[in-house]
Design a protein around this ligand. Sequence first.
Ligand SMILES: NC(=O)c1ccc[n+]([C@@H]2O[C@H](COP(=O)([O-])OP(=O)(O)OC[C@H]3O[C@@H](n4cnc5c(N)ncnc54)[C@H](OP(=O)(O)O)[C@@H]3O)[C@@H](O)[C@H]2O)c1
Length: 426
Amino acid sequence: MIKIAVLGCGTVGSGVVKLLQQNSEIIAMRAGEPIQLKWVMDIDKDKCRALGIDESLITDQFADIVNDKEVDIVVELIGGIEPAFRFITDAMSQGKHIVTANKDLIAVKGKEIFAAAEANHVDFYFEASVAGGIPIIAPLKQSLAGNRIQQIIGILNGTTNYILTKMSREGRDFNDVLAEAQQLGYAESDPTADVEGLDAARKIAILSSIAFNSRVTLDDVYVEGISKITPEDIKYADELGFIIKLLAIGQERDGKVQTRVHPAFLPKNHPLAAVNDVYNAVFIKGDAVGEIMHFGRGAGQMPTASSVMGDIIEVVRNVRQHTNTRIGCTCYEEKPAYNIDCLEAQFYIRMTVTDRPGVLAGIAGVFGDHNVSLATVLQKTSQQNMAELILITHEVKEKDLRDSLIVLQEMPIVDKINNVIRLEGV
Ligand SMILES: NC(=O)c1ccc[n+]([C@@H]2O[C@H](COP(=O)([O-])OP(=O)(O)OC[C@H]3O[C@@H](n4cnc5c(N)ncnc54)[C@H](OP(=O)(O)O)[C@@H]3O)[C@@H](O)[C@H]2O)c1
């Protein structure tokens, strides 16, 4: 009998306890032996009581768990950096294996936690930390281990995907849809981490570290959110055959790892373009497997509990075979981060300009001076002597495009550069 302690009786912790109760027989069969809940812990013990658990299993003291020699696995589901980091490393030092869903902690303290796991010969599993219920870490570490991964593109944040889906379908603006998402519980009261891309950035840092075997931290990821996307951008994207998605991208180039999160124009026929509402997906290109996509629920109580339970079962199997730390840290190399300035991409640019002859030639001239060539030029609604220009560039260097925009911004014929969005998957 393997004994586990669950830290946190919140959304995911409660889901894990429920799943253990609901599927105990099949879980025991697959793990090789029954899994017994020894402790559940929360600051608010009433949250644990609501799960119908025996009072003797409920605590608000981590000391009860870390000092209990019978506890084999600690399942950390309180979230945040501290005290989660201390709880995990203290438990490891007592020989306890760890399962967590805590992306914030891994993205910041991954190196120290892996070192502690190795030093203490314990397992550290974190499937639920990226894309909730979608299996992606285990596939990368195991099934795809024979591949050189070329690129990962993820839709890794359900809140932003929900907002962009609604904006696309209903022509509504960002703030309006965000307010509705908050009312429905799809967005936090402080939505910054989601809408400004930081949540997705933590996840792509974790996936890229595994895929490219080099530690990527949050600071390495270039991040732009979706708050600047307007109904006009969505309308023009549609007209040009694209859909706008917040993409989290990791790729290796010239021995460097490039990670970025930003909204992008994605062709409507790209597999990720069909990923809507709160769903997540991860699209991977490997040199042997080719293109594959994992799709599902990136958050939520039971989908996330599904990933946590899969990890718990895997640890139990390892314990039974005395083979813990079989798959430890996969950051075997140290590859530098690739600066966004060096990115080569196509761009969409929407700008308001004076509507008179010669203006377009002047703008094209500035782009030409900076090695930016244009693939598509559309001129839209002319009012009060102003016109909206919609431009798609050929593949150009990000730095060249930015330099050209600095010059254009200063020109009297340019009223405003409204938006600049990268194209992906073309
Ligand atoms: N929810 C999801 O869909 C989802 C998906 C993927 C990954 N995750 C990750 O899973 C983890 C848990 O998320 P969640 O949504 O379940 O969070 P949650 O609902 O806030 O649950 C966390 C629980 O832990 C309690 N807690 C916090 N600090 C504690 C401490 N020091 N000692 C004891 N209890 C403490 C919290 O109490 P208070 O409320 O009083 O602080 C809360 O009851 C996070 O790392 C999150 O990023 C969540």
